[in-house]
Write a protein that binds this ligand. Sequence first.
Ligand code: ZN
Ligand code: ZN
Length: 115
Amino acid sequence: MEQKGLLFPKKVQKKKRKHHPRSIIPGDQPAWCYLCEMPKRTEEHHIFGGPNRRASEEYGLKVHLCLSCHRTGPKAAHGCKATSDELHRIGQQAFEAEVGSRRDFIRIFGKNYLE
Ligand SMILES: [Zn+2]
Ligand SMILES: [Zn+2]
């Protein structure tokens, strides 16, 4: 029997894109709210939600927010368009700095949030 290849298994290229547990947003950290910059208990917010949530996870486009900035406050990411728009711009900037081109971003997320 031919044993070659079993003794030296092919080097498998790891797909880094599959799961990106860490945020690539500059300054984001779990123990601080990204928006109010207070040391609070935080929740992970995927910057691009809905159908783009998976891609948000895949590319690390997420930030840690306190409950108020995430859901319950007047400027919460899930309640305030100005806040979510700002986060969309920050997310696209981070993508273009760390991952790929604007064309790539638009291809994946379906929209351009930057001028
Ligand atoms: Zn906050
Ligand atoms: Zn969220």
